[in-house]
Design a protein around this ligand. Structure first.
Ligand code: ADP
Length: 251
């Protein structure tokens, strides 16, 4: 349960590659507990933005803040992850040769040190958290199966569960619905909608039906183009925006 306020603030971020501005004075704010969808044509700078937030790419100018005061701008990738930013890449990365429940247990230990994981184990909290997460990601019936035997959609949900075990402040999801069947896509939308309010999320996505399922009628959608924010509003609002229509049709 997080109080209202800003969870992520990008202030005038610029990134150049050999003089080409992949991000051009990008400013963006995400509220705590919000599920924000980010859309935009190829080359808009969406991946570069996530690379800057997670410390993979250092910006040439501008700043990135977590919450009101934690300046992530010059922090290392592991330090940013420890500060509470979890990132899910497009392809699922799970420990294929381990059972589903053990994937969740291993994820909990990551970066927390052996003492924290031992204590979690001794006080029984770990088991309870694994069970609660299994239920949340709707894999309670698959706990003992090897992760490698799961379907693509189930693996994607497992990886989200693994990220949740680290209790992130903000989850960044890069095209999580890519390669999913319609049914799997809707199950994923259901999961992310359940997380709304407890975990802040930024979802970069191309599948507009999925975006519609996440944003609903009131959720805010950010449209990026040419390295900055082109439009911002409900899905209906941005779809009717002249600049948005032009940027999509112009390619
Ligand atoms: P999106 O994710 O919205 O498709 P990207 O962030 O991947 O956009 O890319 C934005 C622009 O920056 C593209 O024109 C891309 O070619 C360029 N770009 C991204 N990464 C690099 C890099 N490492 N070197 C040079 N150009 C890059």
């Amino acid at each position: 349960d997080i109080s209202h306020g800003t969870i992520l603030y990008l202030d005038d971020v610029t990134v150049s590659f050999d003089g080409f501005r992949a991000l051009n004075a990008l400013s963006l704010t995400i509220d705590a507990g919000e599920l924000r969808c980010v859309i935009g044509p190829n080359g808009a700078g969406k991946t570069t933005m996530m690379d800057v937030i997670t410390g993979k790419t250092a910006p040439d100018a501008g700043k990135v803040f977590l919450g009101q005061s934690i300046d992530l701008t010059r922090m290392s990738e592991p330090a940013i992850a420890r500060a509470g930013i979890g990132r899910k890449f497009q392809k699922p990365t799970v420990f294929e040769n381990h059972p589903v429940w053990e994937n969740l247990e291993l994820a909990m230990k990551t970066d927390k040190g052996w003492w924290a994981s031992l204590r979690a184990r001794l006080d029984g909290a770990a088991q309870a958290r694994i069970e609660a997460t299994l239920e949340l990601i709707h894999l309670e019936g698959e706990a003992r199966r090897l992760a490698g035997e799961l379907s693509h959609g189930q693996k994607q949900r497992l990886e989200i569960g693994m990220l949740l075990m680290q209790q992130p402040a903000l989850l960044l999801l890069d095209e999580p619905a890519a390669g999913m069947t319609d049914h799997e896509t809707m199950e994923l939308a259901e999961l992310l909608n359940k997380l709304r309010g407890t975990c802040s999320m930024m979802v970069v996505e191309h599948d507009m039906e999925f975006v519609a399922a996440l944003a609903g009628e009131t959720g805010r959608v950010t449209v990026m183009a040419e390295g900055h924010v082109l439009a911002h509003g409900t899905l209906d609002e941005v779809k009717r925006d002249e600049a948005v229509i032009e940027s999509y049709l112009g390619r």
